[in-house]
Design a protein around this ligand. Structure first.
Ligand SMILES: [Zn+2]
Length: 176
């Protein structure tokens, strides 16, 4: 009911009646209702917030289990092996491509991905100092894409539709 009044004011009725002489004119009435809604969503990144905040600072953070030293990137808030609560740890963000997918269509729903022209390279990177694979976009010439390619993060300063796109990978030896 909170939004009932505002929705009601936006409703625009268009009534299309059958011609008077039509035998069903008293019974058939087509009503088209159009309205516009604007809703604001607030999505919390919760305990993962630091990872995204640090991307905005050009720093790459993971979590490390204090008990078994397993390093999670992307970060996890609970160790999968021993259920301890990990600590934050900074990594260089550099790593090695372990596997990849090539998308020949743009499945992005955000402006960050939609703006990419040509094939999209989704790489799974084992970061230096990490124990899990970190999936993200790699931007490079197609002939450079290969398992074993050394990559580094490229941080984005401009506005993004999702904080995950505050970075992407590029080949480590690429000078930008
Ligand atoms: Zn652990």
């Amino acid at each position: 009911m909170l939004y009932g009044k505002s929705i009601k004011t936006l409703i625009d009725h268009e009534r299309n009646r059958l011609p008077e002489e039509h035998p069903w004119s008293d019974f058939i009435e087509q009503i088209t209702v159009s309205f516009a809604l604007q809703q604001e969503y607030r999505h919390s990144l919760g305990r993962y917030s630091r990872f995204f905040c640090e991307l905005a600072n050009g720093r790459f953070f993971a979590t490390r289990c204090p008990k078994c030293d397993r390093v999670y990137a992307p970060p996890r808030t609970l160790c999968l092996d021993c259920q301890s609560i990990p600590d934050w740890v900074e990594l260089s963000g550099k790593g090695t491509v372990k596997t990849f997918s090539v998308l020949h269509f743009n499945a992005g729903i955000g402006a960050d991905v939609k703006s990419i022209h040509g094939p999209i390279f989704l790489v799974y990177v084992l970061l230096d100092g990490g124990h899990t694979l970190f999936p993200h976009l790699l931007r490079c010439a197609a002939e450079r894409l290969a398992i074993g390619l050394r990559v580094k993060p490229q941080y984005v300063s401009g506005p993004v539709s999702h904080p995950l796109h505050l970075m992407y990978f590029v080949p480590e030896d690429e000078v930008l």
